[in-house]
Design a protein around this ligand. Structure first.
Ligand SMILES: *[C@@H]1O[C@H](CO)[C@@H](O)[C@H](O)[C@H]1NC(C)=O
Ligand SMILES: *[C@@H]1O[C@H](CO)[C@@H](O)[C@H](O)[C@H]1NC(C)=O
Ligand SMILES: *[C@@H]1O[C@H](CO)[C@@H](O)[C@H](O)[C@H]1NC(C)=O
Ligand SMILES: *[C@@H]1O[C@H](CO)[C@@H](O)[C@H](O)[C@H]1NC(C)=O
Ligand SMILES: *[C@@H]1O[C@H](CO)[C@@H](O)[C@H](O)[C@H]1NC(C)=O
Ligand SMILES: *[C@@H]1O[C@H](CO)[C@@H](O)[C@H](O)[C@H]1NC(C)=O
Length: 477
């Protein structure tokens, strides 16, 4: 009888193995293909220690204990995505990816690292674009393609930074082409590949046009990006749509053929931040064109952009900016964020042509993309050797054990992750942090976004199952 009950629950849980819906790019939108709704990125950059602290064998998604703590805080914060800049594709990320999946948080992953030979060198792209480098970026694809919450890969971050008429843009298209061809051949689903640009005028628009245009006249050209993002710090203090230049961005990108969003934002002058760009970014003037953004950044570093101070003993102390950012997220209309039906207008990409490159006068007009080296063709045809394929795993621990304190120094007790039901992503929870007079706070109540009344039942059912499973000691992917 007990064995039967056990088998019953095991079967139940394996069939209830919850996952976020893998998102797709359709025209200039991110779309949830399960219900056709448009998705807005509400993200935070996540690279504790910064790029300079990156060491193979240890990356932001390799330690389940720290990921659990940070995912629990991000679930309360209300974000639905993280950007991770530097990853070691040879190590195990299953626990962290599964934790972020469970709380409805997507992964935006850069394929490069600051180590020698692990990025395109803008001073000599023809040397750094080689089979050893390409093998590394394919390893990143292999490591993360199996997680449903892998949202996209960035082929490059701020590589095209000079106005000189260099060949760097053509190498960015070559890397994009190779990644997209590898994914097409070796992944079960299409995972978008994009580029993250510096918000530097006049370079920005030439970069966007160079990378989004099609050499074949349609959207299938593998060397064009699926997604274009910019690191935007133009809204400082209590600015406005006009003063920040958001009005110019919106008009410049109005007819984009690919989704455009902020791969970083969050000017810190003046400090502390007021984050009034949040209601603007997700408001009616911006959302018709942009698809949200990634606030910079989760961890407090010397540069002072952090929302949370992480200490060597594993404890985490919230910074005042965490509360301010959370309050701004709490003002957003979830309906506006996630229930918008995608336009599904297939914007035809512009055909690559000199006439697209108009703003700098010096940007490359050479649309000849470097050929695929024969060793790279071998990797494309046969796959890389010894791929380290990640997959979701069951979570057995949901409770955060480290000390976590609010910005006013109050311990936050009962902190844990609350797995969401199948097909749901995280949304702002409406929570605030405990005040100094409070002795403890309730654990995060996950909120969900489904329109129908039935979704509430699904949520409660999943919550009940999670509770039962938690008590019985096994769980929920
Ligand atoms: C969007 O349009 C394409 C092409 O017309 C179609 O195949 C696809 O099913 C549409 N998607 C949605 C969500 O309506
Ligand atoms: C996914 O792809 C692998 C090969 O990479 C294949 O063995 C597997 O059957 C595929 N799974 C699904 C669900 O398509
Ligand atoms: C993970 O991080 C915790 C806390 O920072 C640390 O104590 C632990 O040793 C780490 N685990 C591994 C496997 O590195
Ligand atoms: C986008 O708009 C610009 C200027 O309004 C125009 O030059 C360009 O051809 C348009 N591109 C597309 C793809 O419609
Ligand atoms: C580039 O565009 C110009 C006009 O905008 C056109 O005359 C020319 O044929 C185009 N070149 C190519 C290669 O399509
Ligand atoms: C254009 O770029 C390709 C690839 O980088 C290069 O082989 C070719 O020499 C370049 N053409 C010119 C005219 O610079």
């Amino acid at each position: 009888m007990i064995a039967n009950t056990f088998a019953f629950f095991l079967a139940l849980f394996s069939s209830l193995c919850a996952a976020v819906p893998s998102l797709e790019v359709q025209g200039s939108d991110f779309v949830n293909p399960k219900d056709g709704t448009r998705f807005q990125i509400v993200g935070v950059a996540y690279q504790p220690g910064g790029s300079s602290d990156y060491n193979p064998g240890n990356d932001p998604l390799s330690n389940g204990t720290t990921c659990l703590r940070d995912a629990a805080l991000m679930q309360r914060l209300g974000v639905n995505a993280i950007r991770v800049y530097n990853l070691d594709p040879t190590i195990n990320h299953d626990l962290c990816a599964s934790i972020f999946n469970a709380v409805g948080i997507y992964l935006l992953l850069d394929v490069n690292s600051p180590l020698q030979g692990e990025s395109i060198n803008r001073a000599a792209p023809w040397e750094s674009y080689n089979a050893v480098y390409v093998n590394r970026i394919f390893e990143v694809v292999e490591a993360f393609k199996g997680y449903p919450n892998t949202l996209l890969f960035f082929a490059g971050n701020e590589v095209i930074n000079e106005q000189s008429d260099s060949s760097v843009p053509s190498y960015m298209r070559a890397v994009t082409r190779d990644l997209k061809n590898y994914i097409a051949k070796h992944s079960n689903r299409t995972i978008p590949v994009g580029y993250s640009a510096a918000d530097v005028r006049p370079l920005l628009l030439d970069t966007w046009n160079y990378l989004q245009c099609s050499l074949t006249g349609d959207a299938t050209d593998p060397s064009r990006v699926d997604v274009f993002a910019l690191n935007s710090y133009s809204w400082c203090g209590d600015s406005s749509f006009q003063t920040s230049g958001y009005d110019v961005l919106v008009s410049d990108f109005a007819n984009t053929s690919v989704p455009v969003f902020f791969s970083e934002y969050g000017c810190i002058q003046p400090y502390p931040r007021v984050f009034t760009e949040v209601p603007a970014l997700y408001g009616p003037l911006v959302t018709p064109v942009l698809s949200g953004g990634i606030v910079y950044e989760y961890t407090q570093e010397v540069s002072n952009y952090g929302l949370v101070t992480l200490n060597d003993d594993g404890s985490a102390y919230l910074v005042g900016d965490f509360d301010t950012f959370q309050k701004q997220l709490n003002t957003l209309s979830i309906t506006t964020l996630q229930d918008t039906t995608a336009q599904n207008t297939t914007v035809v990409p512009p055909t690559c042509n000199d006439s697209l490159i108009t703003t700098t006068g010096t940007f490359s007009k050479n649309f000849t993309i470097p050929a695929v080296p024969s060793e790279v063709q071998d990797l494309l045809d046969n796959g890389i050797s010894n791929p380290n394929n990640g997959k979701l795993v069951a979570l057995t621990v949901l409770d955060v054990t480290q000390t976590v304190k609010s910005s006013s120094g109050v311990s936050i007790t009962g902190l844990k992750i609350t797995p969401l039901a199948d097909d749901e992503s995280n949304t702002p929870s409406g929570q605030t942090q405990p005040s100094p007079s409070a002795t403890s706070s309730a654990p995060a109540a996950a909120t969900t976004t489904k329109k129908s009344g039935a979704a509430g039942l699904v949520r409660n059912w999943a919550g009940l199952m999670a509770a039962v499973a938690g008590v019985m000691g096994w769980l929920v992917c």
